[in-house]
Structure formats: structure tokens, C-alpha cells
Design a protein around this ligand. Structure first.
Ligand SMILES: Nc1ncnc2c1ncn2[C@@H]1O[C@H](COP(=O)(O)OP(=O)(O)OP(=O)(O)O)[C@@H](O)[C@H]1O
Ligand SMILES: [Mg+2]
Length: 673
């Protein structure tokens, strides 16, 4: 009782400090701030305090006497300043000048009050965290739930503020969104990750419609903007982003268009959309890699089928290593899978052994040819070349968005994913780009593209891989592989709402915690007495992950987690009326890599020429991105594609319409999962 009276008396005597402390405490509670931020606010008052003390020390003696600023040596004046301010405040209040009283005491009272408020807030949180605070044992859980709501509201307010959260922070980190809550990570207003984390493997897990693609889009833009900035500063190689969207269909085309707009705003000059607008040529691979890739693309079994696999390998090798040079297109390759053709070719070079192998494998050659014919029909023209130079390479663009029809035709998507990663792995050997490969909706192709193999291969090539899956199970076929994938995600794991976060929670590890039991005092409230014991608790609260809203994500990195609200990137809208005929730089920008000619137009100074730096400042005023049908039309006119990709007879496209879905989302609310 005496203690309580003393505390109340002290609070009354230091009324201004008490008032500011209460305000600071309430504000921290209301905003859900960690105490660190309250103390940081107190630190911001330091200039005011220094100015005040400086004025007191330097004030001329005459003026001091006139204004009653107090006597004494300068050091005495400084020491006595808080007391004199306090006494002056009461005097001014007594004379009916409350505003002057507030001004007189503000300099010492505001920082002291904020620090006191922050200390009280830290103590309150500690009591609640350890289960010792509140009226009942349920209070800590209710307090935590309320704090979560406050923290989410604060993060959403920051997201909604115009111009908040630019893509790159001042230190060059990639800002993903507004931080909601951090545990064992540095707490700040925004959640940002260093560029280096995007150069390491990452995993994204979240149920359908929770915002995986939206998160990835922001990470891609951040990778591009930060990578280009480093490239311009001469501290890194030029970035290359390759996205394999394994969903397919109209929704993938929409995301592709959004990606292009967002990446353009981030500084990328060109985003190639495969296979709609640009192609890649498998035939650019050197012969030894070509044989491996071609054999990988055909599914083959074990046991009795292994014999057939060996025969096929021998025949494919003969076709690829034919004396006239490696094949340049699928048509060329299929022509070679003919016993007579091969026999004549090898006979002319005097290779009798090869001719005898060809003669003995005549029947098998027919089968191999049939299988490859079916494969090329499946793969489509996107990986082929006409033999006239069409079929680009990854070097042709800053970003490649590859649409794989994983939902409609799984086998096709699997084969395409396999071929594209092989092509990229070969391209990575050149070592002139910093490559990020992202496989969105990985589970669609996981059967033929074992992710851990991709990871291991990528690591040796200096290539970073991001994969997204709808669940923990979608990451790989077996539990062993899933653990391997998650454990090697050195860039962190992004967890959106998912019903099974426990494996990732296990990876995140534990933190020290205190658990308190409280004594029940009969019918009344719980007593203050009890027992506490120190132990450990998981860093990642799985129930919180199960409750996340669309657009909220938990970033797990090492032994810490940060919950954040993603700031969605929308990119500039297309302008109505600027059709495919816009031509010029814009036209080239849109169709890189679709053919050697188009690539040349897109890079007048070569892929690494000075033009590459121009993108950094954005492309203000340049031609906008048109919807895909318009671009496809421009391809069909500019690129004479054999193999059925172009649409020479197609009617000229009308004026493109802008993608207004994001505006509608903002206006009427987004789809909620
Ligand atoms: N950060 C966000 N802010 C606002 N809305 C969002 C955010 N993230 C996602 N959404 C909304 O949720 C919808 C689905 O998002 P998105 O396509 O990114 O989810 P997804 O997990 O990739 O879905 P799917 O599994 O179907 O591919 C978006 O169209 C958008 O309306
Ligand atoms: Mg998606």
C-alpha cells in the first residue's frame, strides 16, 4: 500500500513526464509497436534536448537575469535545468499559463516520458509473454490476439499511404512489404531483405489464392531493380530472371502481362513471353548436351525397358553426331532418324562400324522416330528453330516468362520444364549473368523436375532457384526430398496461409521462453503468486500461419521469423490506342528473343551495351505494354516463323484494352481465400 502511494505521489509530482509516458504507452499499445520503436522515438528528441541545454549554457548573463533563467556557472545551470524547468512549470501553471508551462517543461519531460512509457510497455509485454500478467491466465492470449490486430492495422495503414515502401530501400535492400511482427529478426516499419538472399534458393508455400504470385512478382521486381543497380555500379553482372509459370491458361497470360509491366518499371528493358511471343532453340545446345537433353525428354522405364533406352541412346547419338554436323531443327532431327539417311551419311565418311549399327537398329529407329515425332508435337514450336536463325536464346532479354500448360497438359509441361532448365543451365555456364530461376506452381512439374537435383545443379552453376508450391507436400514426392529442399533454402522460406506449417516451424527452431503457472485463489481472481520456469518455445507460431489473410506472409530465415503484409506491385497500365503499330523502341522492347532479327532490334548496342543502363531510370514516356494478343499480332507480321507459330493470316489487332483487374480489385475488394 505504501509503495502504491509512493508511486502515485511520484507520478503526480512528475505530472508532465507521467502524462507523456501514458501517451507513449497507449500509442505503442494502439500501434502494436515493439518497445524498441518507442525508445527510437525518444532518441529522435535528442536534438531538441541538446538545443535546449545549449541555449541554457550559452544564454548571456544579462538576459538570464531579465528572463529569470537562473544563476550559476554553466555546468550548474545544466545540472539544475530539469529541476528549474519543473519549478517554472508549476509557477506558470499557478499563474494560469498552461501553454507556457507546457513549453517550459517540454524539453526534459517529452524524452523522459517517452523512455518511461517505453519501459512500462516493455515490462507489460514481458509480463504477458511470460504468462504472469493480466487478471486471468487467459489474458496473455487475448492480449496477443489484440496486439496482432493492432499490428496488422498499422502495417495496412503503411501500405495504403501513398508513396510508402519503395521497391528498394536506401541501402539497396529489396522492400517486400510492411512488417507486422518480428521474432528474432530486426523489427522495423518495413520488411526488407538484402539482394544476396535473392541470389540464394528460396521456397514459397501457400494455399491457392493466398498471394504467392503477388509476392513473387515483388521479389522479381526487386531482384531486377537491385541487380541492375549493382550492374550499373560495376559491382555485379547483369541480372537475368527466368520464370516458369507451370499453371498455364489465361490466368498465366494475365500474370505474364503484369510481370512485364512491373519489370519494366523496375528497369528491365525487355521481357520475353515464351512460347506466345518468343522462342528458344534447343538446337543451340552443344551435341553432347543435346543428346542428354533429348534422351531426358523422352520418358523411359527400368527393367526390360532399360534395354530399349540403351538402343535409343545409341541411335540418338548417331543422329546428333552425324558427319554433316548436329541437327538444327526438329524437322532436321526427324529426317535423320531414318536408317537409309544415316547409313548414307556415315558410309560417305567411311565409318563402317556406325553403318553396321544403323543396319541392325533399323526397326528400333522407326520406333524412336515415332516417339520423337510425338514429343515435338507436344513441345510445340517454342523450343524449336526453323533452321533459318529463328529461336532465340536467354541472352536476348532481361527476363523470360515461360508459360507451361501444367494444369491442362501435365506431360507437356513436364517435358518443357525439363528442356527449359537444361537450356538455362547451359546458358549459365557462360557466367555473364546473375540468374534467378523461379518455378511458380512447382508441383505441376515436380515429377520430372526433381527440385533437389535442380537445387544442387543450380548451386554449382551460381544460379538461384525460387519455387512455389501450394503445400508442403507439393514440394517433392517424398518426405526426404521435401526436407532436403526446405533445409537448403538459404535465402529463406516464405509461408503464406497453409494448413500444415509444422515442418517449416520445426525448421525455424526454438527460442528461450518463460512459462508461468498461477495460483487460483478460491472464487476470486487468480493470485499473483505462482511458479515460473524457463524453457523453449517454437519461434514460428503455426496457428498464426493458419490464420493469415490473403497478402500476409511469414518469412522464415535462420532462427527468426517476420510476419509481413505484402505491398502489391501493379505496374503502369497500358495506354489505349497505342497498338502493335507503335513500333520503334517499344515494339522491339516487347518482342525480344522471338528471332535473331527481333533480338538485334531490341539490343542495338548488344546485350551489354550502354543501352542497358538506360533502363535504370525506368522508361518514362516510352511505349506502353500492350495486351498479349496485340503483341502476338506484331510477331506474326515481323517474324516469318515456320512451324506454325505465327498467324500470317490473322486480322490486324484492334486497339488494345488496358488490364483493369487490379483497379477493380482495389475498388471492390480482392478475392479472399
Ligand atoms: N498483397 C496483396 N494485397 C492485396 N491483394 C492481394 C495480395 N496478394 C494477393 N492478393 C489478391 O489475391 C488474389 C490471388 O493472388 P495470387 O494470384 O498472387 O495468389 P496465388 O497464391 O498465386 O494463387 P494461385 O494458387 O491461384 O496461383 C489476387 O488477385 C489479389 O486480388
Ligand atoms: Mg499463383
Amino acid at each position: 500500500m505504501i509503495r502504491l502511494c509512493m508511486v502515485v505521489g511520484l507520478a503526480a509530482a512528475l505530472a508532465p513526464v507521467t502524462l507523456v509516458a501514458c501517451l507513449a504507452f497507449w500509442y505503442a499499445w494502439w500501434r502494436g509497436w515493439p518497445p524498441r520503436r518507442v525508445f527510437a522515438a525518444a532518441a529522435w528528441c535528442l536534438p531538441m534536448v541538446l538545443a535546449w541545454l545549449g541555449a541554457i549554457a550559452a544564454w548571456p548573463a544579462g538576459a538570464r537575469a531579465a528572463h529569470g533563467a537562473g544563476a550559476g556557472a554553466w555546468w550548474f545551470r545544466l545540472v539544475a535545468a530539469p529541476y528549474r524547468a519543473w519549478a517554472a512549470m508549476w509557477q506558470l501553471l499557478a499563474h494560469g499559463h498552461p501553454v507556457a508551462a507546457a513549453v517550459a517543461v517540454a524539453a526534459p519531460a517529452v524524452p523522459l516520458g517517452i523512455v518511461a512509457g517505453g519501459a512500462c510497455w516493455a515490462y507489460r509485454r514481458f509480463r504477458m509473454r511470460t504468462g504472469a500478467g493480466g487478471l486471468t491466465p487467459e489474458s496473455p492470449a487475448a492480449f496477443d490476439a489484440r496486439q496482432w490486430r493492432h499490428q496488422v492495422r498499422t502495417a495496412q495503414a503503411l501500405i495504403a499511404a501513398p508513396g510508402s515502401l519503395p521497391l528498394l530501400s536506401r541501402s539497396g535492400h529489396v522492400v517486400v512489404g510492411a512488417a507486422i511482427r518480428s521474432l528474432r529478426h530486426r523489427a522495423g516499419r518495413s520488411a526488407a531483405i538484402p539482394y544476396e538472399r535473392l541470389r540464394a534458393h528460396q521456397v514459397v508455400i501457400g494455399s491457392t489464392g493466398t498471394g504467392k504470385t503477388t509476392l513473387l512478382l515483388r521479389l522479381w521486381a526487386g531482384f531486377m531493380a537491385a541487380g541492375l543497380r549493382r550492374y550499373a555500379a560495376g559491382s555485379g553482372r547483369r541480372p537475368l530472371l527466368v520464370v516458369l509459370d507451370c499453371k498455364g491458361g489465361a490466368s498465366s497470360r494475365k500474370v505474364a502481362d503484369r510481370t512485364r509491366r512491373v519489370l519494366r518499371d523496375a528497369g528491365a528493358r525487355s521481357t520475353a513471353i515464351w512460347p506466345d511471343e518468343a522462342t528458344l532453340s534447343l538446337w543451340a545446345l552443344p551435341p553432347d548436351r543435346l543428346v542428354t537433353t533429348l534422351l531426358d525428354l523422352i520418358e523411359h522405364g527400368t527393367g526390360g525397358a532399360a534395354f530399349y533406352t540403351d538402343v535409343m541412346e545409341a541411335l540418338v547419338e548417331l543422329a546428333v553426331y552425324a558427319p554433316c554436323g548436329p541437327p538444327v531443327s526438329s524437322a532436321d532431327f526427324l529426317t535423320r532418324l531414318d536408317a537409309d539417311w544415316l547409313a548414307v551419311g556415315y558410309a560417305m565418311s567411311g565409318d563402317a562400324e556406325a553403318v553396321s549399327v544403323i543396319r541392325s537398329g533399323k526397326r528400333a529407329l522407326e520406333d524412336v522416330r515415332l516417339r520423337f515425332r510425338a514429343l515435338w508435337r507436344r513441345l510445340g514450336a517454342g523450343l524449336d528453330s526453323t533452321g533459318l536463325g529463328a529461336g532465340g536464346s536467354f541472352a536476348d532479354a532481361d527476363a523470360w516468362y515461360c508459360v507451361l500448360e501444367g494444369t491442362a497438359e501435365v506431360a507437356v509441361a513436364e517435358a518443357q520444364a525439363r528442356a527449359l532448365t537444361d537450356l538455362l543451365a547451359f546458358h549459365a555456364l557462360r557466367g555473364d549473368r546473375e540468374i534467378l530461376l523461379c518455378v511458380d506452381e512447382f508441383s505441376a512439374v515436380a515429377r520430372r523436375l526433381p527440385i533437389w537435383r535442380l537445387y544442387e545443379r543450380a548451386r554449382s552453376l551460381g544460379l538461384a532457384v525460387q519455387v512455389s508450391a501450394q503445400s508442403w507436400e507439393g514440394l517433392a514426392g517424398s518426405d526426404d526430398e521435401r526436407w532436403r529442399v526446405a533445409a537448403t533454402a538459404e535465402g529463406g522460406i516464405w509461408l503464406l496461409r497453409t494448413p500444415r506449417p509444422s515442418p517449416v516451424a520445426e525448421l525455424a527452431g526454438n527460442r528461450p521462453s518463460v512459462d508461468t503457472s498461477r495460483r487460483m485463489a478460491g472464487a476470486g481472481p487468480w493470485d499473483d503468486e505462482g511458479l515460473s520456469h524457463a524453457g523453449t518455445a517454437p519461434v514460428l507460431d503455426g496457428d498464426l500461419v493458419r490464420r493469415l489473410e490473403v497478402g500476409q506472409v511469414c518469412y522464415v530465415y535462420r532462427n527468426g521469423v517476420t510476419f509481413l503484409q505484402i505491398k502489391r506491385l501493379t505496374g503502369r497500365q497500358a495506354a489505349i490506342g497505342r497498338g502493335a503499330a507503335a513500333g520503334g523502341a517499344g515494339g522491339a522492347d516487347r518482342v525480344p528473343g522471338s528471332a535473331a532479327a527481333a533480338a538485334g532490334a531490341a539490343f542495338p548496342d548488344g546485350p551489354d551495351g550502354p543501352d542497358g543502363l538506360r533502363g535504370l531510370g525506368g522508361l518514362g514516356g516510352e511505349a506502353p505494354t500492350e495486351p498479349l494478343h496485340a503483341v502476338a499480332g506484331s510477331v506474326s507480321r515481323t517474324v516469318p516463323v515456320a512451324g506454325g507459330r505465327g498467324r500470317p493470316g490473322a486480322p490486324p489487332p484492334g486497339p488494345p484494352l488496358p488490364d483493369v483487374s487490379e483497379v477493380l480489385d482495389e475498388a471492390f475488394g480482392a478475392r479472399r481465400g
